[in-house]
Design a protein around this ligand. Structure first.
Ligand SMILES: Cc1ncc(COP(=O)(O)O)c(C=O)c1O
Length: 439
């Protein structure tokens, strides 16, 4: 099928997410390999966002493709009440790889469903119903997930789930809790404790955080925040749920982002990188106290495709690749290379406000003037973003530009040479934004 036929039929007969389908122009992709995507006619793009920060091992890895095919030949599906070999093996392996006493796992088809089930588990375990979540966050598009979400994707889906109390992040969009990490953490947690008092701690089941905030800014937590937060929540018997759907499985240079803060949450949710998107899979991992509760009490939650063997086989094979090819180590090492390039971008381009990265989880933030105002106001738009998107596409780079952020999240298998290639295109693209800098 040609690119044109592919695009026309997709637009005619399918709806695209988060967009008005009549107003978009999707990239036609026929195949993908390593860090590159290809159109039917052979046009090539460097995948600078690992699709949705998810294809962590890179595209088309034969080990994973073969594992999925082998699983298909032996057992495609078993209903969730059955035991299977792949479920047994993956669950044991996850228990070995997850720190602390995160030893028990519930399987879904994606990140939102993992969070949805974490809401259920936290409420059923604690007997409390309120959930704390932060404004600069995305937790998925299902009813509970979008209700926890702080960003504007929530607005058209309101009113959402009852019982969500949203609080400020340690890094709010405009306001600051202080001028250094220690002050920020102290002030943010003091404010949070006051909110907990107002809401009645005995009614609060859990707090959900993205351990490193993803689409809302690529924001690693300030030093000491995770430890302080965990201790504060523990004081009131509130569970900490770390949403590692985007940040987990090597993206930050460690297997889990919470390992940077030296904590273990009560519940972790994961998806994306765990199968590198080769198959749809989400996981809720729970600590022993919660698992033991559900050994005695019914867990009221389920899906037809819970623990789907095909999806679990992909996860097993992706973990093999992450380990045998040392991709988490490569993420940490190439993160330093990325930072070097970003420093150069800031020196060279007046439109660069700032840049951040932790491992291969990064973004360049753009400004419109010397006062440091962001190029795109919160939930707003700027005409140069369309031009920049087109420039990247025409010049062989696929990425997402989210508000003022140029996302930099390539697959963890990226080489130094491919990193140079990406930043060479970004460098030329940023000149377009420099032209509209207001001074
Ligand atoms: C942090 C986070 N949580 C949850 C989700 C939802 O995952 P899914 O789209 O697989 O349902 C996402 C997706 O981008 C995410 O980034």
């Amino acid at each position: 099928m040609s690119s044109k036929e592919m695009v026309d039929l997709c637009l005619q007969h399918s709806l695209f997410s988060w967009s008005a389908t009549g107003k978009i122009d999707p990239i036609p992709v026929a195949r993908a390999e390593g860090v590159y995507l290809y159109s039917p006619e052979g046009q090539r793009w460097l995948d600078w966002n690992s699709q949705l920060m998810s294809v962590n091992i890179g595209h088309g890895h034969p080990h994973v493709v073969e594992a999925i095919a082998a699983q298909a030949k032996s057992l495609v599906f078993a209903y969730p009440g059955m035991a299977t070999e792949v479920r047994a093996r993956l669950s044991k392996r996850l228990a070995e790889l997850c720190p602390g006493d995160l030893n028990t796992f519930f399987y879904t088809l994606g990140g939102a469903e993992a969070n949805e089930n974490a809401i259920k588990a936290a409420r059923q375990y604690s007997g409390r119903h309120k959930i704390l979540a932060r404004y600069r966050s995305y937790h998925g598009a299902t009813h509970g997930g979008i209700s926890l979400t702080g960003d504007p994707r929530r607005w058209p889906n309101e009113p959402g789930m009852n019982g969500v109390v949203r609080v400020m992040d340690p890094h709010p969009y405009e306001y600051s809790f202080g001028s250094n990490d220690e002050e920020v953490v102290k002030n943010n947690l003091t404010y949070l404790e006051e909110v907990i008092q107002y809401e009645n701690p005995k009614n609060i089941a859990a707090m959900f955080i993205e351990t490193v905030t993803g689409t809302n800014g690529i924001l690693p937590p300030p030093k000491g925040y995770l430890k302080g937060l965990k201790a504060l929540l523990e004081k009131y018997g509130i569970l900490l749920v770390c949403d590692e759907v985007m940040a987990g499985w090597g993206r930050t240079g460690k297997r889990f982002a919470f390992e940077h803060g030296d904590i273990v949450p009560d519940i972790v949710t994961m998806a994306k990188g765990l199968t590198s998107s080769y198959m749809p899979l989400g996981v809720m991992g729970v600590s022993d106290k919660i698992a033991n509760h559900f050994r005695e009490n019914v867990f009221s939650g389920g899906l037809t495709y819970n623990a789907h063997p095909m999806c679990l086989s992909a996860a097993m094979a992706v973990i093999d690749v992450l380990e045998s090819e040392k991709l988490i180590e490569n993420s940490a090492r190439m993160g330093e290379v990325m930072q070097g390039h970003m420093v150069q971008m800031k020196e060279k381009h007046r439109s660069v406000l700032t840049h951040r990265n932790i491992g291969l989880f990064g973004a360049i933030e753009l400004r419109k003037n010397a006062k440091g105002e962001r190029l795109v106001p919160y939930a707003g738009a700027h005409p140069v973003i369309g031009k920049l998107n087109k420039f990247f596409r025409d010049n062989g780079l696929f990425t997402v530009i989210s508000q003022s952020l140029v996302m930099c999240n390539p697959p963890l298998c990226i080489t130094e040479q491919q990193m140079n290639e990406g930043f060479e295109i970004i460098d030329r693209g940023l000149s377009l934004v420099d032209e509209v800098f207001e001074g």
